[in-house]
Each structure stands twice: as C-alpha cells, then as structure tokens.
Write a protein that binds this ligand. Sequence first.
Ligand code: MRU
Length: 358
Amino acid sequence: MNKSILEYETVDIDENDNSVIIIDQTKLPGRTEIIKLRTAQEIWDAIYLLKVRGAPAIGVSAAFGIYVLAKQILQNGAGNFEDFYGKFQQQKDFLNSARPTAVNLSWALNRMDGVCMKAHEEGKNVAEIVEILGREAKEIKDEDIRVCRAIGENGLSLVKPGDGILTHCNAGQLATCKYGTATAPIYLGQEKGYHFRVFADETRPLLQGARLTAYELHSAGVDVTLICDNMSAMVMKKGWVNAVFVGCDRVAANGDTANKIGTSVVAAVAKRYGIPFYVCAPFSTIDFDTPTGEDIYIEQRPAEEVTRMWYKEPMAPEGVKVFNPAFDVTDHELITAIVTEHGIARAPFEKSLAELRK
Ligand code: MRU
C-alpha cells in the first residue's frame, strides 16, 4: 500500500552517505520524490527553489546542511580549527543567503555556529566539534516537533469542536518536521474527534495551499475545502469561519508578522467580520532584534512564478511588469493573538512576547 504523505520525514539526514534528505515539495501533490542534497549548491538551490520550504523546515534543513558540509570540510583535511572555521563560515554565509525573510534560516545557522565556538572554547578538536554539530542539528529537529505539538495544544484551547478554520499558505507538517504550526491545532483536534471544517486558501502564485495544505489535510482525513485566495471574504461573510490560523516567517518585537503574500488581506477581512486571527509562531520565528514590520526585508521572486509557472502556456503578455513579493506584513493591530509553544500572547505584544520569552 502507498505511504501517506504524513508518514514521510519532511527533512532528515543520511549519516552513511552524508546527505540531507527532503521531499521535493515542488513535485507535490502529483509525485512524492525523495531527494538527497550533498553539496552547498544543492542545499542552497533546494531552499531557494522551495523544494523544502516553510520557516521551521528551512531552519532544520540549514542545520543538517551545515553539518553535512562541516563533515566534508573535516573529511577533506580541515587542518587546524582556524582553517575549519573559516570554511564553515563561508558555507554558513552562503546558505544564509538563500531566503532572506524566514528568520529560522539565520537562527538555525547561528545556533550551529554558537555550538561550534563553544566546543572550540572548551578545547574540543575539529572531529569532536563536527560530532557535536550533528547532535545539535538532530536536537533542532526534535525540538521543532515538540514545539509544534505545544503550539497545537495552545491553539486548540482557542477553538471548539465543529469550528470552521481558515488557513493560508502551508504552515503544515510539510513546513515543519511534524504537526505544522497553523495546522497543529487541527491535527490535535482531529485526534480528539473535533471534526473541524477547514478552508485552505490556494495561495497564489506558488499554490502552497492547494498543492500542500489541501493535500496533507485531505490525506489525514480532515474535512478540508480548497478555495481560491479571492474567496476567503465570501466564506467568512457566510459565517463558515470561526477562526483563522496562519504561520509566520518572522515576527517583529511589536507583533507585526511577515507571512506568505496575501496573509494581511485575510487578516483585514477577518477583522471586518469579527473573526479571530491567530498567528502560530515558534519562538525561533520571533525576532526581538527587529522592532517593527517596517524593518523586515521582503523577498522578491521571479516574474515567471506569476506569469507561467503553473500554466501550460504563459498567462500574461510577454514583457509585462510583474510585482512578486513572497511575503507581506500583517500589522499587529489585525492579530488577535500569537500562539507560541510557551503560551498565547495578546496585545500589547512587545510586553506579552517578552514575558513569554524564556
Ligand atoms: O514561501 P514559503 O512556502 O516558504 O512560505 C511559507 C509560509 O509563509 C509559512 O506560512 C511560514 O513559513 C510558516 S511555516 C510553519
């Protein structure tokens, strides 16, 4: 029997042939292709091309990626720590340049860097340091699973059986290592027989909602209805939605939140109809060094993603100007609460997020 998509690991490591293993998400839902990433360029491309995507999954891939590369540096004869660390830094900077908005990328790489330095200061040799990096990367993955489960438990306290839930993009298992963030309350509710009715925005231009969220929820037996992005106002007006849950790529200290393009429209419409709008955020996605959403750098993507990528023929005139930001920022005023693994933060977010920080 075919394996369900939820039985696959979103990101994993093969220690024997020193590679990062991912599901190529650009092929879903049609084909489940597992690919191995061995070089810095392959890892960078996989992140940039969204073969692996979603802030937490990007972070875990980068952690495994820098570990794989550190092992290669060692195998190629690293020499002393200074040699090793110089090459490690180069690879780290390269991977970090793949996607700028998701803070989990730099968060995971900096965490690996910190572990490396600490081990060196403790007098460990390069081989021992590489071993420690491997343990840390696995811990980042295990932590992601625990964090998502905790977000699910906190998020579940905000809804009741039978509720309609709308979500945008994919903040599901495919964006993390298990449960997802925005989908965690849905999966946990399903374990308890809550029978949610979920609406998944298709999420133009890259269709993460259609290809990934609708796919994984449907595979899990969740009652999910796929809608085009321009239909969310209608389903909200009809009273079919009791809560919106979305993920995030970077949350500023004041609660302004960068997430997939189109999220802020959903938030504004939810406000119009008095529907609570919840952002599900692992603490690793909260960037206390970024004061407001104004300071978040927004990734711009190629025009072809809008004009032709998912069509048999181009669906726009050749040479037309295209604006294709990958993310937008939802103002904190539109956010009812930010659901973290440590608890639920409400306005004023500067204060509540800082209090939940451990
Ligand atoms: O461009 P993507 O597919 O990486 O964008 C993903 C999102 O915007 C998710 O909502 C976000 O990363 C949170 S995933 C738990």
